[in-house]
Design a protein around this ligand. Sequence first.
Ligand SMILES: NC(=O)c1ccc[n+]([C@@H]2O[C@H](COP(=O)([O-])OP(=O)(O)OC[C@H]3O[C@@H](n4cnc5c(N)ncnc54)[C@H](OP(=O)(O)O)[C@@H]3O)[C@@H](O)[C@H]2O)c1
Length: 257
Amino acid sequence: MPGRLSNKVALVTGGSRGIGRATALAFAREGAALIGVHYANNIDAAKATIREIETLGSKAVAIGADLRKGKEATDSIKEQFKAAAIAATGAPSLDILVNNAGIAPATSLAQTTEAAFDELMTINLKAPFFLIQALAELIRDNGRIINISTGFTRVAAPTHPAYAASKGALETLTLALAPEFGARGITVNAILPGVTETDMNAAWLADPQARAGAEAMSVFSRLGNPEDVADIIALIASNEARWTTGLSIDATGGARL
Ligand SMILES: NC(=O)c1ccc[n+]([C@@H]2O[C@H](COP(=O)([O-])OP(=O)(O)OC[C@H]3O[C@@H](n4cnc5c(N)ncnc54)[C@H](OP(=O)(O)O)[C@@H]3O)[C@@H](O)[C@H]2O)c1
């Protein structure tokens, strides 16, 4: 049976690890033709993800760019993606863009330096903005733009104020862009994971008390795993989700309901 993403071409930023890796693999399981696996520095993790994608029968290519470099990085991603897509499919076109790469430093208002604030905003907000701008002309009709936010836009996060603000702005951007892309049948949505077991959280979840507290947040009394979130992303990427756009979609396992 053909998958829900047969013949689709996707690009996942931060596809080397965590939620991005699980998303790239979910897309491969759904039959995507080509998946761009973007990474910052961890080429080994990107290559490992690519090998898993290829085992599932899809093509994949590594695309390296440090998003701390802002537009220079997003322009580089565009050029790398175009060359890879032409080589693999004969066209520079893209169907699904997932803006997933991000950082989430736990720094309070008082602890946040200007440099740290600027870096966070560059990776989490500026890079998705300019990547969408750069790739807009390559995204085919009825395509998908999916921005990965956080449940911290829905509940107060005094431990992560700058992070929460960066993702709140990403959700506002999602809403603002939906009409423009809607003209071509392209949906623009945000997905909001809750605490998900990835490298991002490994250090604090190693503390049993912190882990128990995180598990208790979800109505399912457990942590999310990357596949829990990736399956929702794959659903929004599919044709079945064509009639929903401009939305911020909860993927927290019912956290703090
Ligand atoms: N995990 C959670 O609990 C959780 C909850 C809510 C929202 N989220 C959001 O979900 C997304 C993925 O999180 P995750 O937990 O999967 O993260 P992760 O496991 O830490 O992986 C981060 C990914 O982003 C890439 N990345 C980090 N800094 C980058 C930079 N400067 N330039 C380019 N790429 C960079 C990494 O590339 P390298 O492999 O090359 O380092 C990696 O692929 C993030 O946007 C995060 O805010 C996560």
